[in-house]
Design a protein around this ligand. Structure first.
Ligand code: FES
Length: 114
């Protein structure tokens, strides 16, 4: 059973927005709200370590890094456009009492499609 950390209020992540948070062990995470579906991916771009929360969430669920334009699938973390070649980690999310809880460990990379 993974630990979940209370990282934000649901109201802190409006539809179409990204929010950078940090797990208790110091791992940066980027929350997203795609049409009311809240999720979490790694907070650091796998290309050159820019903050993913500074990027843009597109309507089709693509998160774009604003530094060099790499794109990732928000649900799987898979790369949709280079220059990134490595997927973002994906974290489990639970919503309880209007709060967003993020699992302490990224999901198994083998469960993601590349
Ligand atoms: S740091 Fe994200 S695309 Fe280069």
């Amino acid at each position: 059973m993974r630990d979940f950390a209370d990282v934000a209020s649901v109201a802190d992540v409006p539809v179409g927005e990204l929010l950078g948070v940090t797990l208790p062990d110091g791992v940066p995470v980027c929350l997203y709200n795609r049409d009311g579906e809240l999720g979490a991916v790694g907070g650091v771009c796998t290309h050159a370590e820019f903050a993913m929360s500074a990027g843009v969430l597109h309507a089709d669920g693509t998160i774009e890094c604003v530094w060099h334009g790499a794109q990732f699938d928000c649900r799987t973390g898979a790369v949709r456009r280079q220059p990134a070649t490595e997927a973002l980690p994906v974290f489990d999310v639970r919503i309880e009492g209007g709060r967003v809880f993020v699992g302490s460990a990224a999901r198994d990379a083998g469960a993601r499609s590349a």
